[in-house]
Design a protein around this ligand. Structure first.
Ligand code: GBH
Length: 483
């Protein structure tokens, strides 16, 4: 096979973004608060990336990525939301980091909020529960576009708003820990109502940010803007029509819940039928603003589940089974056999075909709008028997990435417009409720010293990127360091 021949068969165009992904709270350090975390830890120090960003930029450069997905900490920019001043040190930090990335031809792919919100907005009006948050998010987005938009060409409004609504306000396992029985055991909240209010405000906050971008910045700055959803692939547990319909409801109550209003201008039909007056209504003005839509869909995809119908048949209680979750019970097993190889992370099953299928599903539902795989990666739970040798020789992570990239390529060959792929994550980091006990990094982080060491997967990703001949994307501008 000639070199040219093998290039031609690569489904990844030379403009394709290959990167890694991260978020401010999980990487940067310098914050507070702790609860419900396995190892009692928090993100106060995390990877200390705030101080080590140049070293981390060099790690990316040595892998050869042409893009890096990270999030800006809202509180670092506006500690009091729109009720206070811009924190100049925060602006300087992200300016320096963005410039450092561009100097090495690494395109910043920037998320405005990755689960975090200034505490002041929680205290003042209950953050996402209040429609006031739309004004705050618009103000924050405007601030970021103004300061960084001359150099940032990819914007994400929200990371996984579905996970925020579900885990923050239904099961209560993420902040602000709102829920009611039997969904969870919290000191306040309403698991059957609040997720829908919060989602409604997040959808409209997205729309407010996009609308500011479209009217004030996009023409001049020439970037694009989208949202990132957590996307699970669902297989029906049987071939029955009931289970197939349940799969559709499952997707609608999990992902289409946000994408349909933003792209199609209304909540999914299954949600409207089942929830009726429990679902907030978009005003005429809201619908007008929603027309701003988005430029791309970011897909965080890791795993797949089976779905069993609970509308036409009786189910034992379980995740997804109730009315406000769409009567679609989620389970990892069918007749005692897992959907894919289990891992040491309880929710992660290796099912590569799920990548091809979810990308194809989104392509078909939303008319092949450009997509990015904004996260995909393999986690391992800390284990007392692991040695430095086993920790670095992460063959399972390599196999996982290789197989998921392979099925992604298949979806692209069949026409899916996927523009980039980001591995979660560059470094081991603060894995939310698992603290530092779960590792997703291409680099191992030794927390006492914060030393980063590349794993086998870092070398493998470097070779994969080199083989696919992607472009180093930006010609750095000489003035950038001084901005
Ligand atoms: C992403 O989602 C996050 O964006 C990122 O911050 C995080 O570090 C990364 O993944 C790795 O976990 O368990 O039944 O709810 C993480 C949250 C966890 C939500 C798995 C979906 C699967 C189904 N996701 N969960 S379930």
């Amino acid at each position: 096979i000639s070199l040219k021949g093998s290039m031609d068969s690569s489904p990844f165009p030379s403009s394709f973004l290959f990167g890694t992904a991260s978020s401010s709270y999980q990487f940067e350090g310098a914050f507070s608060s702790d609860d419900k975390i396995t190892d009692g830890s928090n993100g106060d120090v995390a990877d200390d990336h705030y101080h080590r960003y140049l070293e981390d930029r060099d790690l990316m450069d040595s892998i050869g990525v042409n893009s890096y997905r990270f999030s800006i900490s809202w509180s670092r920019i506006l500690p009091k939301g729109r009720f206070g001043n811009v924190n100049r040190a925060g602006i300087d930090h992200y300016n320096n980091f963005i410039n450092a990335l561009l100097l090495k031809g690494i395109q910043p792919f920037v998320t405005l909020t990755h689960y975090d919100i200034p505490q002041k907005l929680e205290d003042k009006y209950g953050s996402w529960l209040s429609s006031k948050v739309q004004e705050d998010f618009r103000y924050y987005a405007d601030t970021c576009f103004r300061f960084f938009g001359d150099r940032v060409k990819y914007w994400v409004t929200l990371n996984e708003p579905n996970v925020v609504a579900i885990r923050g306000y239904r099961s209560g396992i993420y902040p602000p820990s709102h829920c009611s029985r039997p969904f969870g055991n919290c000191s306040r909240g309403d698991s059957e109502k609040e997720p829908f209010i919060v989602a409604h405000n997040m959808i409209l906050s997205h729309a407010a940010a996009v609308s500011i971008y479209r009217t004030k910045y996009q023409k001049k700055q020439g970037g694009s803007i989208g949202i990132v959803m957590n996307a699970l692939w669902y297989e029906p547990i049987s071939n029955s029509l009931e289970d197939k319909l349940a799969v559709e409801r499952g997707q609608s109550f999990y992902m289409n819940w946000f994408l349909d209003p933003i792209i199609l201008g209304k909540y999914p039909i299954e949600m409207l039928e089942i929830l009726q007056s429990d679902l907030p209504v978009f005003s005429k003005q809201d619908l007008e603003m929603l027309k701003n839509g988005l430029d791309f869909i970011g897909i965080n995809h890791y795993t797949s589940f089976y779905i069993k119908d609970c509308m036409f048949s009786v189910c034992e209680p379980g995740p997804g089974a109730s009315r406000t979750e769409g009567f679609a019970l989620r389970t990892a097993q069918k007749n005692g056999i897992f959907i894919g190889e289990p891992t040491t992370v309880d929710w992660l099953f290796v099912y590569p075909r799920g990548m091809e299928n979810i990308v194809t599903y989104i392509k078909e539902r939303y008319n092949n709008i450009p997509m990015f795989i904004s996260e995909n990666g393999f986690g391992e739970q800390e284990n007392p028997n692991s040695t430095m040798e086993t920790l670095l020789h992460d063959i399972k992570r390599v196999e996982y990435m290789n197989s998921y990239l392979d099925t992604l390529a298949t979806a692209m060959r069949k026409g899916a417009d996927v523009r980039g792929y980001f591995v979660w994550s560059l470094l081991d980091n603060f894995e939310w409720t698992s603290g530092y006990t779960t590792q997703f990094g291409l680099h191992l982080v030794d927390y006492p010293t914060l030393k980063r060491t590349p794993r086998l997967s870092a070398t493998w990703y470097k070779e994969f990127i080199a083989k696919h001949n992607v472009q180093n994307l930006s010609a750095p501008n000489c003035n950038q360091e001084s901005k």
